[in-house]
Design a protein around this ligand. Structure first.
Ligand code: HEM
Ligand code: HEM
Length: 214
């Protein structure tokens, strides 16, 4: 069988993916430290300042994360065909069909793969949109915690979350959503790559997928 290379992901999408993924790993580690510091007073404030560093790294990663989310929103509107929002949602008969065939495939009932679709399957696309929406809540709660008295963040924070403590709790819960997503995501990406010869994992580095040559 012969294959052809097809350009799928723009450089901005790939940069966003890795900025998003790496910042989330950093934010989870530093977030855990901020939540429950595992050093003691022999270290903190005398031999070093682990909490100050953890918070600094958290905020720097928070800005990277925010930039990545903004880049993704830009691509939902101005990206290539695979990157635009309507290509991710069950809004056309073709996409609805893809959603059901993906579900059946993931529970091992059928083996069919939608070969004329270059971008995400619809189940993946919908999940990614939910993650981006969760990311918006995460960054608004984060900036509310960071700048509680700045008019804009205080306004949004109070309107969406209420007290700072409620925002902190939701910020924490969304962290778990990201961690659970990341494990399932990496599993499914590898699972798909094993079953189909399109080179899914490398596509998020190279931007290229392989399709059957007609
Ligand atoms: C995936 C993204 C993120 C994750 C997983 C995450 C995780 C966490 C966690 C677990 C905490 C500790 C809260 C607790 O006590 O339970 C925290 C605190 C905090 N986060 Fe995030 N965070 C993320 C994004 C952000 C962003 C975008 C900002 C904005 C700059 C931000 C700002 C803060 C602030 C200001 C605190 C409170 C620090 C303190 O109390 O000293 N976070 N984060
Ligand atoms: C070793 C780690 C990872 C690999 C190999 C990987 C690989 C991939 C691949 C191949 C895709 C495209 C899949 C498709 O067509 O459906 C993708 C998309 C995506 N990944 Fe990852 N990923 C990794 C880690 C992460 C992490 C840690 C996160 C965030 C927690 C993440 C978030 C996303 C998102 C949101 C998309 C959708 C891209 C879009 O918005 O269009 N990935 N990833």
């Amino acid at each position: 069988m012969t294959y052809q290379k097809k350009k799928c992901w723009s450089i901005l999408l790939r940069l966003y993916h890795w900025a998003f993924a790496l910042s989330i790993v950093t934010l989870c580690i530093t977030g855990f430290y901020i939540h429950g510091p595992w050093t003691n007073s022999m270290t903190e404030g005398s031999a070093g300042f682990p909490m100050a560093y953890a918070r600094l790294i958290h905020f720097v990663a928070g800005y990277v994360f925010t930039s990545a989310v903004l880049a993704r929103i830009f691509l939902y509107i101005f990206g290539n065909k695979q990157e635009r929002i309507l290509e991710h949602l069950p809004v056309t008969p073709r996409n609805i069909k893809n959603l059901f065939s993906t579900l059946l495939r993931y529970i091992y009932i059928t083996d069919g793969h939608d070969t004329d679709r270059l971008g995400h399957n619809i189940l993946a696309g919908m999940t990614y949109l939910i993650i981006i929406i969760a990311a918006l809540f995460q960054l608004v709660s984060g900036f509310y915690l960071l700048y509680p008295e700045m008019a804009i963040w205080e306004g949004y924070g109070l309107a969406i979350f209420g007290s700072q403590q409620a925002a902190r709790y939701i910020h924490h819960l969304i962290m778990w959503l990201f961690m659970i997503f990341a494990f399932i995501h990496v599993y499914l990406v590898i699972w798909n790559d094993v079953r189909e010869p399109e080179g899914l994992v490398s596509s998020i580095f190279t931007g290229v997928k392989f399709t059957h040559k007609a």
